[in-house]
Design a binder for this molecule. Structure first.
Ligand code: ADP
Length: 243
């Protein structure tokens, strides 16, 4: 009898602990959501003023122009950070609406490659282009994930990037492969955590917010998929989306 009572009370306290945890996680997300929302407007206004000063910068000294350029860059990074925090919180609170459309992945991948190539000028090759792969996804959001993963591949490597399309048994895969720095094995379990950076100084200089992979993984999961990473230090990385 006492054993039975003990089991019940242990179950109850575990359930209460789980409830308290999920309540405090929900409060935390709500707080981030409100905080980011409140920050976005004043930052955007201040950014607008800085840009208008930059447009009329004839009377500024070189020192002032340089300082303004740095301030604008930092402001852009902060606005991006706030925007991504807001979206991450919304995704975690299930308050981001995702479409479900049957879309040609070949077309979507080609579009993402064209956008990245035009912006960054890096050579990107596609494998499996001849396959006709249709998947049920949100096209704009999957394209954002592809652009983010290609952007990372460009930032963390110097060589050609390959995008591979494959049909697996019951699913399809899009792999973004680079021959860059790679990720140390001890960092791999953490790189999808918000704000986790392998090399903080290098990542900060490249302008990343540290939220891109966390956001991408959650977006892919909301579409019913998985985002995997395989990497070897000094050899390169493969980020694989399975849908
Ligand atoms: P960031 O904005 O800092 O790039 P991400 O969330 O996109 O943030 O990535 C988290 C960290 O994972 C990066 O700071 C970087 O250290 C590492 N990383 C991401 N993609 C790659 C890649 N293709 N090769 C090597 N390291 C990568």
């Amino acid at each position: 009898m006492s054993e039975f009572t003990a089991t019940i009370s242990q179950d109850d306290s575990e359930r209460n602990l789980r409830l308290n945890l999920s309540e405090s996680q929900a409060m935390q997300r709500q707080l981030i959501n409100n905080f980011s929302h409140e920050l976005r407007t004043p930052l955007t206004v201040a950014y607008g003023y800085m840009q208008s000063i930059q447009r009329r910068s004839e009377n500024l000294t070189t020192l002032q122009k340089n300082a303004l350029e740095v301030a604008i860059f930092e402001m852009e990074c902060t606005i991006q950070l706030v925007q991504e925090s807001l979206e991450l919180a919304r995704l975690d609170m299930n308050s981001m609406f995702l479409l479900q459309e049957l879309v040609s992945l070949n077309k979507l991948v080609s579009e993402a490659i064209t956008v990245s190539q035009n912006a960054k000028g890096r050579k990107i090759v596609i494998e499996g282009e001849e396959l006709n792969i249709i998947a049920l996804i949100d096209p704009e959001h999957l394209k954002r994930v592809l652009l983010k993963l290609i952007d990372n591949a460009i930032r963390y490597s110097d060589d050609v990037i390959t995008i591979r399309l494959e049909k697996l048994n019951e699913s399809v895969a899009i792999s973004i492969c680079d021959l860059g720095y790679g990720i140390p094995i001890e960092d791999l379990p953490h790189i999808f955590n918000p704000f986790y950076r392998v090399d903080k100084s290098r990542s900060r200089n490249t302008g990343g917010s540290g939220l891109g992979l966390a956001f991408s993984k959650r977006l892919v999961e909301k579409m019913g998929g998985i985002l995997n990473v395989y990497s070897q230090l000094g050899e390169g990385s493969i980020f694989q989306i399975i849908l």
